[in-house]
Design a protein around this ligand. Structure first.
Ligand code: F6R
Length: 242
């Protein structure tokens, strides 16, 4: 696990964006695994800036997102599909047909999970997976559990995740209670993993994930077993790592 120490959110965003940009430059037709949430917003802003400056093209890049709320349509403002359009896809030269998220409106849960795993398989897997870190150690929406889940599945979100995500909804009652997420097995199969973390509130869980026991109670702890993980954290997030 390589740890890159950034000063603050802006610096973290620039450094993480640099790693993603290098991946795109070295392999223009790469498959990126992408995340939503507060952490990657600055990373996406930086990538958009480099695209506008003429230094980065997404024309051959394909993407798979980690997760999607169950029950939200792609044009729902809180859906992760909408988030990705707003924060990245609509501002760069990516072919949206090559960008994938689970279908929050799918009627058959099991069929949707199988379909999404098939999409990732057809792309020959993920070259670089960007991850954020939940306060309870979740990655994607793989919440603390008794066992690691391999493939795409539909999860009941924990109370703490619903609370954390309610900041983006008008009322907490509006936060969906279920979501589709890529499984830990799929995340671990990505050739490279980039974990972006910012803020003091993530310091303790980041330390547990990087140095604590490997356990499905802290899903991100499994990253210790991946051969190519880069953690980009700001000073606050890394403050417990010594
Ligand atoms: C989002 C995702 C989640 C977030 C995590 C951290 O696609 O998969 O695991 O990365 O909840 O969220 P933020 O960045 O909002 O603190």
């Amino acid at each position: 696990m390589q740890i890159i120490r950034a000063r603050d959110y802006k610096d973290m965003s620039r450094r993480a964006a640099g790693i993603l940009a290098a991946q795109i430059i070295l392999k223009p037709d790469c498959v990126l695994g992408l995340a939503t949430g507060s952490t990657p917003i600055g990373i996406y802003e930086q990538l958009i800036q480099w695209h506008k400056d003429g230094d980065l093209s997404f024309s051959k890049v394909r993407t798979v997102n980690l997760d999607e709320y169950k029950g939200l349509a792609p044009d729902h403002e809180q859906s992760y599909r909408y988030f990705m359009d707003e924060h990245l896809f609509s501002h760069v030269d990516i072919d949206k047909k090559g960008t994938h998220t689970p279908d929050g409106l799918a009627e058959d849960e099991a069929a949707e999970c199988a379909r999404y795993d098939g999409v990732i398989r057809q792309m020959n897997g993920v070259d670089m997976q960007l991850l954020g870190l939940g306060h309870n150690g979740h990655i994607g929406f793989n919440e603390p559990a008794e066992a690691f889940q391999k493939g795409t599945h539909c999860v009941a979100l924990t109370e703490s995740t619903i609370q954390a995500n309610s900041r983006l909804f008008e009322r907490i009652e509006d936060v969906p209670h279920h979501a589709y997420t890529m499984g830990i097995g799929t995340i671990m199969k990505a050739k490279k993993i980039l974990l972006a973390v910012s803020g003091r509130d993530k310091a303790k869980i980041l330390q547990e994930a990087c140095l604590g026991p490997i356990t499905p109670r802290v899903p991100a702890s499994i990253l210790q077993l991946h051969p190519d993980v880069t953690v980009v954290g700001d000073a606050e997030a890394l403050s417990s790592l010594g």
